[in-house]
Each structure stands twice: as structure tokens, then as C-alpha cells.
Design a protein around this ligand. Sequence first.
Ligand code: HEC
Ligand code: HEC
Length: 329
Amino acid sequence: MQTFLLPSRVIIGVLLLGVMVFAQVYFPVLPVPKDNPQTPEKIQLGRKLFYDTRLSADDSLSCSSCHQQQFAFSNAGNAVSTGIRGQKGSRNAPSLGNVAWRKSYFWEGGSPSLELQAMGPLTAHDEMAIEPRVLVAKLQAIPEYQKAFSRVFPEGITMLNVTKAIASFERTLVTNRSAYDKYRAGDEKAMSVAAVRGMELFFGESGDCFHCHNGFNFTTETLHNTGLKKTNPDLGLARITNRPEDAGKFKTPTLRNVALTAPYMHDGSIATLEKALEHYNKGGEDNPNVDMLMRPLGLSKTEINDLIEFLKALTDVEFTRDPRFSAPK
Ligand code: HEC
Ligand code: HEC
């Protein structure tokens, strides 16, 4: 009998290709808009702007005031954020981990790009509240910024270039070094036995989480009403579409670093992961728009604990300490 042997080079080639395809699917290539390529100098400029309180009307707030590195760039501890002059907002500040890959921005998905998104907090009266003309004049009076902008952009300081630089910095905020990532890369000891059980519940029909929290970033980027309340005081998607059936629909957030970002949900109304799991276990409140996938799960206490252990395995401590993302010296 004759065996057919492929040359080893072909076998190795096919294997390598398989690994590459797998890695690609697991963590897709960083999406970068054609008109705003990533360059080291632009990223550093964006980082400086992200941490500069002079970008707010009264020099009191920077982006980092509400998106803090130690909390995976969320505003942990605050149900909603506080803008300039102590004004309370109505929504919870999401983590900016892996924010480059989001399909849309804001809780109802109202902004299509990071560049456009940045205009929101800069100009919102209850956030940084600065007029574009005022901001550009302010920056033009700072020689350091004059120099840095002219090195990166031929036109120098403009509002568009401010948002482009900030967006470039945000695209570098990649979180991919959690215990779960290490486990997936083959380190079986990276996750506890309970966390592995939790992972199986998460990706199985009994937990049902994966229908919405799927993929490398634990979100399908789709919008849902999870029955948070009986009514929908925040209209969510209906703010954009004006359709009653969209009231209370919000973008599915990433669950990476979720153990660091409490309280939870668009309004910060759920204080802990335990309470979040209780909410899912009962299938949410009876809301007219509640998603079909929301149903009582009947999970035991142990199963709930296992799911929480799994969510904790999504914490990437290195991300929260990475000097590339911290305030520039
Ligand atoms: C006063 C607190 C505050 C400040 C300052 C602030 N943000 Fe936010 N950020 C929020 C809140 C709250 C949300 C959610 C708002 C919403 O969805 O309506 C948010 C949402 C975002 C999002 C959307 C994330 C997603 O997944 O949809 C990005 C990106 C972002 N902020 C970046 C920035 C940048 C860049 C700056 C500085 C120019 C900044 N933020 C300043 C509180 C703040
Ligand atoms: C029907 C889709 C859907 C399913 C199923 C689902 N989620 Fe969610 N999840 C969402 C949406 C949408 C939000 C944001 C809701 C809001 O803010 O009103 C969310 C928010 C969360 C949050 C809060 C995150 C944050 O940053 O505020 C946690 C934790 C969470 N989900 C965990 C789970 C777990 C665990 C499961 C499985 C038991 C699950 N989810 C199942 C869609 C879903």
C-alpha cells in the first residue's frame, strides 16, 4: 500500500496559515480610517490632549476625568458623570478599552466614528462645554501645541485635527492581556476551575450571554432592551429613530475589564456584578420592549458565582498600568 505524503513544508505552511486565520478572527486588525492614519507623533499629541484640562471651558476637566486608566478608562464609582461646574449627566461613562473596534459610539450608537464622537464631550454643555472657536484659540496661544500640531498636520491647530489626534490615541487603548486571553493562548492555569465553568455557562444556552456579548470584545455591537426598568425614562435608540419600539434599547457594552467598572448599565443603576447577574437570572423587568432573549434563567447560586468568576477573568491589569496610556510626563 502506498501512502501519500505531503512535503513537510506544505504541512507547516497550512498549519501556520490556520494559526494566522485563528488569530485574525480572535482579534481582528485595528480599524483605522484612511483620512486619519496612526503615526507615533499624532498618538502622543492625542494623549497630551486627552489628559489636558485646558480642553474644558473652565480648565477643570479633561477626557481622563471621566475615563480613568485605573478603571479601564471608565468612571468607576460614579453612576453618572459630573461635568463642569458640578453638573450631573444622565449616563454612565463606558470603558474605552478596545474602543477602536466599536461599530458606533454612545449608548444609543449615535456617533459613527471616534473622531466625531470626541466633539460630543468637548462641546456638551454638561461635560467640557467649550466652543470649538474658543478651544482652537486657547490651543493656538500655547507654543508647545503650536509646534506639536504643525509637526503632525499641515494645517496646524483646527477642531478637526484636535479630534483626529485624540481618536488616534484612543485607538491605541487595546486590552488583550486578561487571564481569559492567556487561557485562550494555551495557558490552562490562567483561569480558575470556577471561571472555566462560568465560561461554559456564558457561551452555552443556560447562561445565554453570548447571544449579545460575543466575539473577541464580548459584544455583537447590537442594541437591545434588557428590561432594566418597567418603563424607559432614557429613550436610548428611540432618541435617533423616534420609533416607540426602540425606546430603552442600548448598545451591548464590552465586558472586558467589567470587574473594574462598576456601577453598570447606561444609567449606572446596577451597583455590582452580583446584582447584574440577579437581573439576568430573573429575565429583567417586564418592559414592553424587552428583548426576546431575556428570560428567567434559573441559575443556581454556584452558577451565578461561576459566571462572576469568569467575568473577573476578563480583567487586564497590565492595561490599567501600561505607561503608554498614562498621563504624559
Ligand atoms: C464629564 C465626564 C466625561 C468627560 C469629560 C468625557 N467623557 Fe466620554 N463619556 C462620558 C459618558 C457619560 C459617556 C456615555 C455618553 C452617552 O452614551 O450618551 C461617554 C462616552 C464616550 C465614548 C463612547 C464609548 C462607547 O463605547 O460608545 C467615547 C469614545 C468617549 N466618551 C471619549 C471621550 C473623550 C475622547 C473625551 C475628551 C474629549 C471624553 N470622552 C470626555 C463621560 C465623559
Ligand atoms: C439581549 C442581549 C443581551 C444578553 C442575552 C445579555 N446581555 Fe448583558 N448587556 C446587554 C446590553 C444591551 C447591556 C447594556 C444595557 C443598558 O445599559 O441598559 C448589557 C450590559 C451588561 C453588563 C453591564 C456592563 C457595563 O459595562 O455596564 C453586564 C455585566 C452584562 N451585560 C453581563 C451579561 C451576562 C453575564 C449575560 C448572561 C447571563 C448577559 N449580559 C446577557 C445585552 C445582553
